[in-house]
Design a protein around this ligand. Structure first.
Ligand SMILES: NC(=O)c1ccc[n+]([C@@H]2O[C@H](COP(=O)([O-])OP(=O)(O)OC[C@H]3O[C@@H](n4cnc5c(N)ncnc54)[C@H](OP(=O)(O)O)[C@@H]3O)[C@@H](O)[C@H]2O)c1
Length: 290
């Protein structure tokens, strides 16, 4: 069985290592984090591996996962070069950033580099142990590395999407908008409820079913049919009243409402909004903040 070393056993690193350990895909080797106690916690979560204090002390391995924050991948790859020179066979080195290409790992000196981005939010490793299997993983990099990584992710019931390096930034931006900005929108929504005197807990309880239903409708029916509300109905006076209320209480949220409202208009048009209503709503949304 191949051995996997992990540099950066944070949310993603420890989850993948734990899953591969449980499924018998890889033997877990060295675990190196910035702080020893963090690596020890990761080791306990994974249930395997050895906590290591410095890069130079890492044992040899067939695969190296660099799951440090994106901004540290290049420097970590460069620091790894002298360590890898001591290994007989060039190992496979990969990172899991959605935005960065495999080539950022070139300074480590091995030609077998890849990026493998799971389309999954590793917010809580315990939940991810249950929910990550089955996700899509976007693979990019040296063909000789991908032939090893694809079966490893398939062993977690994942399906693989193959990308070119040039596709990565926009590919990742697509998932940032759908996933991260959904969280931002929910927070904005809770702030608006708070301004209406409805506490966060009550608002969250109220929102959960409608948000989940909206997500399901989008995937089942497509965005045009899933879009409901005053904008697509052409309820100009309601849109104007909502903007006025936000301008008075939460001007930053008013700006978000305007921007997303304008972005929604072409969709609303395709969903049946008349040209006359579209123009009027656009002029309401375009009005400068008073
Ligand atoms: N989280 C997600 O949902 C997600 C999804 C897809 C892809 N990714 C990708 O996965 C990678 C890791 O993200 P993450 O969310 O798991 O990050 P994270 O939870 O912040 O974990 C980063 C880990 O790297 C360690 N670290 C930082 N600098 C280091 C260094 N110089 N040497 C050794 N270890 C170092 C940290 O150690 P300490 O704990 O000691 O600070 C921490 O354990 C990123 O490339 C990210 O783009 C993340």
């Amino acid at each position: 069985m191949h051995t996997l070393n992990i540099i950066g056993a944070g949310k993603l690193g420890q989850t993948l290592a734990a899953l591969w350990h449980r499924r018998g895909t890889f033997t877990i080797g060295g675990i190196l984090n910035r702080r020893r106690e963090s690596a020890a916690r990761a080791q306990a979560f994974i249930g395997a591996g050895t906590v290591i204090d410095t890069l130079a002390q890492m044992p040899a391995a067939d695969l190296w996962l660099l799951a440090v924050p994106d901004d540290q991948i290049a420097a970590t790859a460069a620091a790894l070069a002298p360590v890898l020179r001591g290994q007989n066979t060039p190992p496979l080195v990969f990172h899991c950033s959605g935005a960065l290409p495999a080539s950022i790992l070139s300074p480590c000196g091995t030609p077998r580099v890849a990026s493998a981005h799971p389309v999954h939010s590793f917010a809580d490793p315990q939940r991810s142990l249950r929910d990550m299997p089955g996700a899509t993983v976007a693979l990019e990099g040296a063909p000789g590395a991908l032939t090893t990584l694809a079966p490893a992710f398939q062993a977690l019931d994942c399906s693989c999407l193959y990308l070119d390096a040039e596709q990565k930034v926009l590919y990742h931006t697509g998932s940032v908008i759908a996933c991260n900005y959904l969280t931002v929108l929910l927070e904005q929504s809770l702030q608006v409820f708070a301004a209406a005197g409805i506490d966060r807990q009550t608002a969250a309880q109220m929102l959960q079913p409608i948000v989940l239903q909206t997500a399901r409708n989008n995937f089942a029916l497509g965005p045009e049919q899933a879009l409901t509300g005053p904008l697509v109905r052409g309820d100009r006076a309601t849109v104007a009243r909502q903007i006025e209320a936000l301008d008075k209480t939460l001007p930053d949220t008013a700006a978000v409402y305007r921007t997303l409202g304008l972005a929604a208009l072409p969709l609303a048009k395709r969903a049946g909004l008349s040209e006359d209503a579209r123009r009027q709503i656009q002029s309401i949304l375009d009005e400068p903040l008073s």
